[in-house]
Design a protein around this ligand. Structure first.
Ligand code: PXG
Length: 311
């Protein structure tokens, strides 16, 4: 009996060990997942004061690392947050996190928060920013949705105006996006699309949006409308241009969305995913469109043929 118990404990420990195997970068040290903790006095926790990035690695190479770091440092610059590492050092720490965890395909989360300080908003209370890098697996939507497409709704929650928190900053303040996600969940779908206060389509809760109009043009909202300038979005625009497809940034409304021939969402976590209905209006033929599928193929080939190797 005791041997059995011992075996059970061992198996449990082995299973748990796999989980615990994950090493988190925290302020210069690599720490087991269970022990990687940030203070409750960190202003990232107290006030959502900080910036983050979500990055992917494919086949041992980090996709668009420089672009992600540029966005992170631009956001930090805007909120006057001094990242304690320079870009080269943060890139090296990111690659090292991947190596330490032996991950070939991964989702990487870099979080730079204002750091530990007293209660009170004043960022000067925080002498040093906290830097966390997590590398793990992610699958945002089940595989079947990439094949048959997503049903989405438009959210009642509007995008914040650029004169409030600039949507181009990937800040730790994601409550607006979470409210949009809650609307999706309440409607029984996986994602919701946001409009701005003028009724123009802007983006998803964690993704950018594209339509193919009746002329066969690929259209995505311009950044000045108030969106996160997605790195996947920019990649898809480049791939479309390279393939000779007409692509442009333009404003459009729910009507254009409902009457589009095709629609899809892009994001680092989501990659490229077809949308087949919006607010229960069928998009095109109600199946992933030809152009969407062609771009998905090009995207998957491209991500595996580029990026910074770390093996
Ligand atoms: N818009 C918003 C609001 C985002 O948060 C994107 C667009 C796509 O950008 P990239 O650069 O990734 O192509 C994002 C990024 C999630 C999750 O779990 C998604 C993001 C960030 C954090 C979490 O769905 N998306």
């Amino acid at each position: 009996m005791s041997a059995k118990g011992g075996e059970a404990r061992f198996l449990l420990a082995k299973g748990a060990g796999r989980q615990m195997g994950l090493l988190i970068y925290l302020d210069g040290a690599f720490i087991p997942r269970e022990e990687a903790r940030v203070s409750v006095f960190d202003h990232g926790y107290l006030y959502g004061d900080g910036v983050f990035e979500g990055i992917r690695a494919y086949d041992g190479r980090v996709f668009k690392l420089e672009e992600h770091l540029e966005r992170l440092y631009d956001g930090a610059h805007h909120i006057m947050l001094q990242v304690p590492l320079n870009r080269r050092e943060l890139a090296a720490a990111t690659l090292e996190t991947l190596r330490r965890n032996g991950l070939q395909d991964a989702y990487i989360r870099i979080v730079v928060s204002r750091g530990v300080g007293d209660l009170g908003l004043d960022p000067r209370k925080c002498p040093r920013a906290t830097v966390v890098i997590i590398a793990d697996k992610i699958s945002l939507f089940p595989q079947e949705y990439y094949e048959k497409g997503l049903a989405v709704v438009t959210a009642a929650t509007r995008q914040r105006c650029s004169d409030t928190i600039e949507p181009r900053i990937k800040s730790l303040n994601y409550l607006n996006n979470i409210l949009v996600k809650i609307e999706a969940v309440q409607a029984g779908v996986m994602e919701a699309i946001m409009l701005n206060t003028q009724g123009y389509v802007v983006e998803g809760s964690g993704s950018n949006v594209f339509i193919v109009n009746k002329k066969g043009e690929l259209i995505t909202p311009p950044t000045y409308l108030g969106i996160l300038e997605g790195i996947t979005r920019n990649t898809v625009m480049e791939l479309a241009l390279a393939a000779g497809l007409p692509v442009r940034e333009d404003i459009f409304t729910r009507h254009d969305l409902y009457t589009a021939r095709e629609c899809f969402l892009t994001g680092t976590a989501a990659e490229l995913i077809p949308v087949i209905s919006v607010d229960r209006r069928t998009i095109g033929a109600g199946i992933p469109g030809d152009l969407t599928r062609r771009l998905m193929e090009r995207f998957h080939t491209y991500v595996r043929s580029t990026g910074i190797p770390y093996a």
